[in-house]
Design a protein around this ligand. Structure first.
Ligand SMILES: Cc1cc2nc3c(=O)[nH]c(=O)nc-3n(C[C@H](O)[C@H](O)[C@H](O)COP(=O)(O)OP(=O)(O)OC[C@H]3O[C@@H](n4cnc5c(N)ncnc54)[C@H](O)[C@@H]3O)c2cc1C
Length: 304
């Protein structure tokens, strides 16, 4: 049985697209591995109508709403291979499912690769953060660190200074020029240039950043910009072009969210930077409309 659309990834981008296509009464299968990027956070913020909701609660509600349309189904599983089959696609999962569709939407998100520093991992999404708009409000006026991984840390420090007093840890990874130092000074950002050894504090909380020279700088929250990875190896050979963005790879799309490979669209974090739940949802909606239109055009061409 062939679907009109297979959506790979059932996060906010994929489920937004599924909802739209379900309302258009198109047959949709969402294949989802169940690891949304924000699963490390206790609360999601800045998402209109959902401010402060738990990420798992949001996803559960979005799944329920998409499944409210009888032409939508969700397959729990991980896509391991995609191949062209006739005018459409054949999609295989690690669990042995084989699905067919006329169109494909990539909505598989990205993975964060945290800096290799002791104490990072257990704090990710709690006291080690990437986005002040998502979580900065909870740490307002508290001592704040920014850990450099790329030159974007300077921008992050300039912005985050609106939430609290900032120390920028360049950790020997970036060099600041005079203009950058002046701009940071204008925002009262302090700079520590020595290598960071580890993060300290108990039970997910953060009390400070320990430098290689043994000093501890007190911070309650640390921002950083992790590099991202896509994990779309199974797309190789299909003609989807991936560009290099400031944070890592991005699937190239046009304004309709169509990739460079015919019939394959992409939405959400895997196909955009910057990343944000509302942007991902909007991308899913835009992709769904474009995919719906492409199905209609194909049916008109077939009928003429
Ligand atoms: C810690 C943290 C907190 C955040 N908090 C906020 C916030 O408060 N507000 C905000 O606006 N944004 C927040 N974000 C950003 C937000 O989470 C992302 O922008 C959003 O999740 C992107 O949606 P998406 O659908 O593109 O990807 P995701 O939500 O990551 O969903 C992708 C889905 O695809 C699945 N998948 C991946 N590969 C496969 C495969 N091969 N087969 C099947 N399924 C697959 C994954 O398991 C996952 O379920 C946060 C991000 C992080 C890291």
């Amino acid at each position: 049985m062939s679907e009109d659309l297979i959506i790979i990834g059932g996060g906010i981008a994929g489920l937004s697209a599924a909802l739209l296509c379900g309302r258009a009464r198109r047959k949709v299968a969402v294949i989802d591995a169940g690891r949304p990027r924000n699963r490390f956070a206790d609360h999601s913020h800045g998402v209109f109508g959902w401010d402060g909701a738990g990420p798992a609660d949001m996803t559960a509600r979005q799944r329920d709403q998409a499944l409210g349309y009888p032409s939508v189904r969700i397959v729990q599983g991980e896509v391991s291979a995609v191949e062209r089959s006739g005018k459409g696609f054949r999609v295989l999962t690690t669990g042995g499912d084989v699905l067919q569709s006329r169109r494909l939407l990539l909505a598989a998100g990205v993975s964060d690769m945290l800096p290799d520093i002791e104490g990072m991992e257990g704090r990710w999404g709690k006291t080690v953060l990437h986005c002040p708009y998502c979580h900065g409000y909870a740490f307002a006026d508290r001592p704040t660190g920014v850990l450099a991984t790329t030159p974007m840390a300077v921008h992050q420090a300039l912005v985050v200074a609106d939430w609290g007093p900032v120390t920028l840890f360049t950790s020997g990874l970036i060099e600041l020029d005079e203009t950058q130092r002046a701009r940071l000074g204008a925002r009262k950002v302090l700079v520590e240039t020595g290598p960071v050894r580890r993060l300290v504090g108990g039970d997910g909380a953060l009390e400070g950043v320990e430098l290689d020279d043994g000093r501890r700088i007190a911070v309650d929250v640390l921002y950083t910009v992790p590099r991202i990875s896509l994990g779309l190896d199974w797309l190789d050979g299909l003609g989807v072009v991936v560009d290099e963005g400031p944070l890592g790879p991005i699937v190239r799309t046009d304004e309709r969210r169509a990739t460079t490979a015919g019939g394959i669209y992409a939405a959400g974090d895997c196909a955009r930077q910057p990343h944000n739940a509302s942007f991902a949802s909007a991308d899913g909606v835009a992709a769904a409309m474009a995919i719906h239109m492409s199905l209609i055009e194909e049916e008109i061409a077939r009928a003429l």
